[in-house]
Design a protein around this ligand. Structure first.
Ligand code: NAI
Length: 436
């Protein structure tokens, strides 16, 4: 009998396993594919490695090899950490057979005081004709077969569609994105979305928004309606990047806990409707991000160790690794106003930022959203170099409820991108004074 059985060895499952095992619990972790899950093997890490290396005239086989080297190094690092922490890694598919029991694909039964479902998600296929045609792939297929594509057509302008469009377009391939909603990455601040669309077009990507794909026909070619005109675009590869589904189907060989559209319903302590079964990460919905799953995994381990979770699980920052990078945390001005929160924003455009000019001069901005009365930072939206790093300072500020006055206090080094934060805070304070 183990203290904890974890199903799924992605970022969430591994974080939970390490924390629980280091805290003295006996832990078995079941992983049918590779430790590291989607993020490390078929998601964030390979994509970011490609974004880093892709460019005009790049050597595709060298790029694929570099991506593999990074993935293998990180995977082996995680395997070593799990081993050192004495986590029993079981390389097998597992099904849950009861509130305290699991069975692996070879028929072996396992018992645990608690179970943690950290099974993640898989790319969703659309309920449209033509999904199984040759040349139609999901991000899994595209990332397994790194080579130039003559015409890459991407269905879905969410983060996956956009980042993979960036890789192939920056290497000179013809790329088209067809997005059903009226803008790319619709959960981003509107201005971030607009800047992104502009940069993609500058890179040569054709973007159709407000264009829902109706079918894929042999070729493959994609049929959709844009501005009331039917279009049929041929491609050599069609990437379906239209969201992800929780990997909870066939997971329960017993009565399952409550699920909503396949997502496990959990309470604030990550307990499903069966109290001994916890769930985290993509399988419970919300932002499908590795760092969210990790924070949740650690929180569950802390709870099982009888502790108050050490790490916050909100707000969750999100980043898009284009150039410039995009990052946001907390509320946008529109979201705050929609929730009836009196909010004011301060914006700094990076045209006069020395470091930005030195490193290529791409346009960018930092927007900060403050509560009108308390001056606390409610959210931040960044479009600039290193946005994915700068967002951490702002995530800390939102997490701790810091005010504009707090954010103005630290001296930020010169010349850095971070100086834009000081200027955006000053702009915010001016706007707050006007509203007072
Ligand atoms: P998504 O849900 O973010 O975007 C899918 C897009 O496809 C939507 O905008 C939707 O309107 C569009 N769509 C759906 N059906 C369509 C149709 N028939 N025709 C045209 N467009 C259609 O999903 P995505 O991009 O697949 O990403 C999945 C998850 O992975 C997201 O939660 C994302 O946050 C996460 N992720 C995050 C990354 C990051 O933070 N850098 C990187 C990669 C993934």
């Amino acid at each position: 009998m183990h203290d904890l059985l974890i199903i799924g060895g992605g970022p969430g499952g591994c974080a939970a396993a390490l924390r629980a095992a280091k805290g003295g619990l006996s832990v078995a972790l079941f992983e049918a594919r590779q430790v590291g899950g989607t993020c490390l093997n078929r998601g964030c890490i390979p994509t970011k490695a490609l974004l880093h290396g892709a460019g005009p005239g790049c050597d595709w086989s060298a790029l694929a090899a570099e991506k593999e080297t990074v993935v293998a190094a990180l995977r082996s690092g995680m395997e070593k950490q799990l081993k050192a922490a004495k986590v029993e890694v079981v390389p097998a598919q597992a099904v849950i057979t009861g509130p305290h029991t699991v069975r692996t694909s070879d028929g072996v039964p396992w018992e645990g005081t608690s179970l943690l479902v950290a099974v993640g998600s898989y790319p969703a296929l659309l309920p449209l004709p033509g999904m199984d045609l040759p040349g139609v792939v999901t991000s899994d297929g595209l990332l397994e077969d790194i080579r130039p594509r003559d015409r890459l057509l991407i269905i879905g302008g969410g983060v996956i569609g956009v980042e993979l469009a960036w890789v192939w377009a920056s290497a000179g391939c013809r790329v088209t994105i067809v997005e059903a909603l009226d803008r790319l990455i619709a959960n981003l601040d509107r201005e971030l979305s607009q800047s992104l669309t502009m940069e993609l077009k500058r890179l040569g990507v054709t973007v159709y928004t407000g264009a829902s794909v109706a079918e894929i026909v042999p070729g493959p070619a994609v049929r959709f309606t844009h501005k009331e005109t039917e279009q049929v675009l041929a491609a050599d590869t069609v990437l379906v990047a239209a969201g992800r589904r929780p990997a909870t189907a066939n997971l329960f060989a017993c009565e399952a806990p409550v699920l909503t559209h396949g997502f496990l319903k959990v309470d604030q302590l990550f307990r499903t409707s069966i109290p001994s079964i916890y769930a985290i990460g993509d399988a419970i919905g919300g932002a499908m991000l590795a760092h969210k799953a990790e924070a949740e995994g650690e929180a569950v381990a802390d709870l099982l160790l009888g502790m108050v979770p050490r790490r916050g699980i909100s707000p969750i920052p999100s980043c898009v690794y284009t150039q410039p990078e995009l990052a946001q945390v907390g509320l946008t001005l529109d979201e705050a106003r929609a929730q009836g929160i009196p909010a004011v924003s301060g914006k700094c455009v990076l045209g006069g930022n020395g470091r930005t000019l030195i490193e290529g001069g791409k346009r960018g901005f930092v927007k900060l959203v403050f509560h009108r009365d308390s001056h606390t930072l409610l959210g931040a939206q960044l479009c600039c170099y290193r946005a994915s790093d700068l967002i951490s300072e702002l995530t800390l500020a939102v997490t701790l409820g810091l005010t504009a006055e707090h954010l103005l206090r630290p001296v930020r080094p010169h010349p850095t991108f971070a100086e834009a934060l000081t200027q955006a805070v000053e702009a915010g304070l001016e706007a707050l004074e006007k509203q007072a």
